[in-house]
Every structure is written in structure tokens, then in C-alpha cells.
Design a protein around this ligand. Structure first.
Ligand code: FMN
Length: 202
């Protein structure tokens, strides 16, 4: 079976786009190379400068590097499927957002959007450092909320696995190994999601 370094992912674009966007993908195995605290701070700094509605910056992150108790506590909040591979990562995050506006009463309907922008910056920065990022919705968010003592007005939305590219796909289950080495990447066509006029169902 192929080694990770042999894997070539094909990104069939219809228009020429940035090379850094084309080369990004989400692996489930990572190199042994550790992630330092400084790396973590650089990624968080990139996220810090993301735009957000009214500059509320609703994102909150719990981060833990492999080999520390925080990493293990985050790992224990992942669902069974994600636990089957995310232990290959060198760093784990839990991402939460503040559900309310700064007055603490009205709901901030754009908080999840802003957390996505935060992660967009993080991914972009990680990419430039040859680091891979794999986001996860599969978490026990209630357990995470309790474990890390988030107050009621926060929602733990996602977890994220980080590591440098270059792990061994054969460490995965047969199914996941197949996905890991699959060369072609798929996306909807622009016609399915972008309309220069009324909404259409395709
Ligand atoms: C918000 C979000 C949640 C995701 N949840 C999971 C997850 O729980 N488990 C998993 O293995 N992958 C998860 N993914 C990864 C996606 O499946 C992946 O990004 C998608 O298939 C596109 O592949 P690519 O990132 O390699 O381009 C998630 C991605 C995002 C953005």
C-alpha cells in the first residue's frame, strides 16, 4: 500500500485558483514530527485576526499537545469513529462559540459563521507551515461542555486534529485507508450552489 508521501491528491478545478487551496486536504494519519507550543500559538494568532460580526470574536478554543493531559481530555470527548483515527494527530482542539451578543441577551446568529472564518484563517496558516488539519463534528458536545467547564452561553461545536503531513495510511482501518489514498477529490459543481438570479434546486 502507498506511503503517505506517495499520495497525490487530484483537485480538478474548473478555474485556476491559489495553489495553497488546491493542495489542502484532511488526512487521518500524520507524521511523527511533534507540534510545538509555538506552532500552536502561531495558528491561534492567525485565527485571532479573522473578521467577525461586530468584531465580537465569539470563538473559544481548548488546545492540547500530544502527551499532555489536555490532549487526552479532548480525545475523550470525540465520538467513537473519530477516536479510531484522531489519536494519530499531534495536537487536538475543541472549538466553541459564544451564543450571545456582548450584552449577553440577544442571540448572535453569526457566531458559527465567525468560528468558520476563524478556522479558515487557521487552515490557511497551517497550510503555509506544511501542517495538515482535520476538523470534526463527531464529538460529545455535552461531555466537552462539562469537562472543560464552559458556561451555558457557549456551545462546543467541533474538534480539530493537527499534525504534519506524512503518516502511514496502513495504520488506519481498511475502509479509512482506502479513503486516505483515494486520489480524486469531489465537489459539487458551481451550478449546484451559486445562482446569478433566483435560488434553484438542482
Ligand atoms: C465542520 C466539519 C466537520 C467535520 N467532521 C468530521 C468528522 O467528524 N470526522 C471526520 O473524519 N471528518 C470530518 N470532517 C472532514 C470532512 O469530511 C472533509 O473536510 C470533507 O470530506 C472534504 O475533504 P477534504 O477536507 O479532504 O477536502 C469535517 C469537516 C468539517 C469542515
Amino acid at each position: 500500500m502507498k506511503k503517505k508521501s506517495d499520495i497525490k491528491k487530484e483537485t480538478p478545478v474548473d478555474y485556476s485558483i491559489l495553489g495553497s487551496i488546491k493542495k489542502r486536504w484532511s488526512p487521518r494519519v500524520f507524521a511523527e514530527k511533534p507540534i510545538s507550543e509555538k506552532d500552536a500559538k502561531i495558528l491561534l494568532e492567525a485565527g485571532r485576526w479573522a473578521p467577525s460580526a461586530s468584531n465580537i470574536q465569539p470563538w473559544r478554543v481548548i488546545w492540547g499537545i500530544k502527551g499532555t493531559p489536555i490532549y487526552d481530555r479532548i480525545f475523550n470527548c470525540l465520538d467513537e469513529f473519530n477516536q479510531s483515527w484522531a489519536g494519530n494527530s499531534q495536537m487536538l482542539w475543541l472549538n466553541a462559540f459564544k451564543k450571545t451578543m456582548n450584552n449577553g441577551e440577544q442571540e448572535n446568529f453569526h457566531a458559527l459563521h465567525d468560528l468558520g472564518l476563524f478556522m479558515g484563517n487557521v487552515i490557511h496558516q497551517a497550510n503555509s507551515m506544511e501542517m495538515a488539519v482535520h476538523q470534526m463534528a463527531g464529538i460529545d458536545f455535552k461531555k466537552a461542555q462539562k469537562e472543560f467547564q464552559f458556561p451555558e452561553e457557549y456551545h462546543v461545536a467541533t474538534a480539530v486534529a493537527f499534525g504534519y503531513f506524512g503518516g502511514e495510511p496502513e495504520e488506519l482501518s481498511e475502509d479509512l485507508e482506502k479513503q486516505e489514498v483515494k486520489e480524486t477529490r469531489e465537489r459539487k459543481s458551481q451550478e449546484e450552489f451559486a445562482f446569478n438570479g433566483n435560488f434553484q434546486t438542482k
